[in-house]
Unconditional design. Structure first.
Length: 123
């Protein structure tokens, strides 16, 4: 149940940004409406990047497919994802964000990742 709810939230966020609703909210708060910044992109035919194939990643992939999107699995096992990188405490969150960004760069460049869990060794 939780995986479905989180996956639905991920698709809703994708639709929110694809349609430029973040810009609409910014303009409304500023008391303006210019229609600039709106792209009105559809999820149908788009490619959704899925990082990790745990229960949430699998559900995002399933719902993406149902919405007419293709999906791209970036990494089948992930130790750290941005949504768990601290709770607003920059002393905790920033180093974790840097580690995530560094590991994403390493993955894309075909290099070994840092801080990988070694289950055979117990950590």
């Amino acid at each position: 149940m939780a995986a479905t709810a989180i996956a639905e939230y991920a698709l809703a966020a994708a639709a929110h940004f694809a349609r430029g609703l973040h810009e609409a909210a910014r303009q409304k708060a500023a008391g303006q409406f210019t229609r600039e910044g709106y792209q009105m992109l559809a999820l149908q035919g788009a490619t959704m990047g899925v990082i990790g194939l745990g229960s949430i990643g699998q559900e995002v992939a399933r719902l993406s497919r149902a919405a007419g999107s293709d999906f791209l699995v970036v990494c089948s096992q992930v130790l750290l994802t941005p949504h768990i990188s601290g709770n607003g405490d920059t002393s905790v969150a920033e180093p974790l964000r840097r580690l995530f960004a560094d590991n994403l760069r390493r993955y894309l460049d075909g290099q070994p990742l840092r801080n990988v869990v070694d289950r055979a060794r117990g950590y």
